[in-house]
Design a protein around this ligand. Structure first.
Ligand SMILES: [Zn+2]
Length: 75
């Protein structure tokens, strides 16, 4: 999927060759390990997403950090 996406992080849109594969719908929410549910993600986005998913799984309130997209606008 890295090549399909042109090494573009599906969260922030940055091109990252040192990215990772991520389940777009987490396995904990019934996401499957298949091409349609895998996306290329950069390490910071992956860490954020994992943190958020872990917090959601525990039922905690999640403070979502503001994130600025490649176009300079908040996402
Ligand atoms: Zn990213």
């Amino acid at each position: 999927m890295a090549i399909r996406d042109g090494y573009k992080c599906y969260v922030c849109g940055r091109i990252v060759e040192q990215g990772e594969c991520d389940h777009i719908v987490p396995v904990s929410k019934g996401g499957k390990t298949e091409m349609g549910n895998l996306g290329w993600i950069c390490p910071p986005c992956h860490a954020d997403k994992s943190e958020r998913e872990a917090a959601e799984a525990q039922g905690r309130n999640v403070r979502i950090k503001a994130r600025i997209g490649v176009d300079g606008w908040p996402m």
